[in-house]
Design a protein around this ligand. Structure first.
Ligand code: CUA
Length: 219
């Protein structure tokens, strides 16, 4: 979980989030190289005293500075496309969790596992225990097995919500009348915190998600 002054991404707890972080770093590196180059060129132009009196056109340089950025963009586009299809893949899930967004709480159903159903409300600040996280802890956590493929189906009962957990690289909109699907694989035990990330009304900030990842034999 991220705490004060953690400005970067959270440590990944799933292979997909790991890939997302790799892609972020890759894209950022290209961005920094372009910014430094353009910044340097602009800076030097301010102090340039030379002009070319005979310059009317430059076919070669225009070819270079048109094609080169296109090639650089390919280096971002192709890994991005690879990630997009990786995120869309569903690999024989062993558990399916259905999460339904409400104003303003989440309710969950383990439709193929004893038909468990429950609501998950944020713990109000005045009822919070000493080790609880304000605006982030819930009364009923989602318990899921680690090292297994988990499918989640997301929908909503009233307005659009979004089931988002940064450490797992999951962000799926819950839309009334529709059923969205994604899947993930948790690589370590622990608590993973998330929040609704679709502006869904007055108490939008108060519908957090807590996932408790446990070894399969404890599940
Ligand atoms: Cu539900 Cu924002």
């Amino acid at each position: 979980m991220s705490t004060w002054a953690n400005l970067g991404l959270q440590d990944s707890a799933s292979p997909l989030m790991e890939q997302l972080i790799f892609f972020h770093d890759h894209a950022l590196l290209i961005l920094v190289m372009i910014t430094v180059l353009v910044g340097y060129l602009m800076f030097m132009l301010f102090f340039n005293n030379y002009i070319n009196r005979f310059l009317l056109h430059g076919q070669l340089i225009e070819m270079i500075w048109t094609i080169l950025p296109a090639i650089i963009l390919l280096f971002i586009a192709l890994p991005s496309l690879r990630l997009l299809y990786l995120l869309d893949e569903i690999n024989e899930p062993s558990v399916t969790l259905k999460s339904i967004g409400h104003q303003w709480y989440w309710s969950y159903e383990y439709s193929d596992f004893n038909n468990i159903e429950f609501d998950s409300y944020m713990i109000p600040t005045n009822e919070l225990s000493m080790d609880g996280f304000r605006l982030l802890d819930v009364d009923n956590r989602v318990i899921l097995p680690m090292n297994s493929q988990i499918r989640i189906l997301v929908t909503a009962a009233d307005v659009i919500h979004s089931w988002t957990i940064p450490a797992l690289g999951v962000k799926v909109d819950g839309t009334p009348g529709r059923l969205n699907q994604t899947n993930f694989f948790i690589t370590r035990p622990g608590l993973f915190y998330g929040q609704c990330s679709e502006i869904c009304g007055a108490n939008h900030s108060f519908m957090p998600i807590v996932i408790e990842s446990v070894p399969v034999n404890y599940f």
